[in-house]
Design a protein. Structure first.
Length: 159
């Protein structure tokens, strides 16, 4: 079976390539400029201009002007700021994307997500708050307790 980029059966959705065992040329703008393979561990601040793929472990801060890809074996404990973030592995920390966050079916994010566009495949897990759109500032935190209206005086009820 031929592999296609994540997001749809024909690969037309996200433009982000699926996990691979070794780095290959990428169709993402700027191309793949760094690859942290499975079994590697890094800690600190990572800053880059093009596309980086992490299949190992990283702890710290990540900032990017383009795309961060977290592969299925990737384990990230970091605050992430990027244009586009694609998660197939595990991210613990807040994710802020100026364009798009894609969480694939094997992906897990434990932290808040802020992005213009959020794509979540069936099976993906998000444990945190989500802000979407240009402003995002109008969204209020949810209580995580289902769809029951809140009782009591928290100051947010219409009155």
């Amino acid at each position: 079976m031929a592999r296609t980029p994540f997001g749809s059966k024909d690969g037309s959705d996200s433009g982000i390539s699926p996990p691979a065992s070794a780095p290959a040329s990428s169709s993402t703008p700027g191309g793949l400029t760094a690859f942290i393979d499975q079994g590697s561990e890094f800690e600190g601040k990572l800053s880059f201009k093009d596309t980086v793929r992490i299949d190992g472990r990283f702890r710290g801060e990540i900032s990017s002007e383009n795309t961060l890809i977290v592969g299925e074996s990737g384990e990230i404990e970091a605050t992430i700021r990027s244009k586009t973030v694609a998660v197939s592995g595990s991210v613990v920390g807040d994710v802020c994307a100026s364009a798009k966050v894609v969480i694939h079916k094997t992906g897990r994010v434990e932290g808040n997500i802020e992005a213009k566009v959020l794509v979540v495949e069936e099976g993906a897990v998000i444990d945190g708050h989500v802000k979407m759109g240009k402003s995002g500032g109008n969204l209020k935190p949810v209580d995580g307790g289902g769809n029951k209206p809140q009782q009591g005086g928290n100051g947010q009820n219409k009155g």
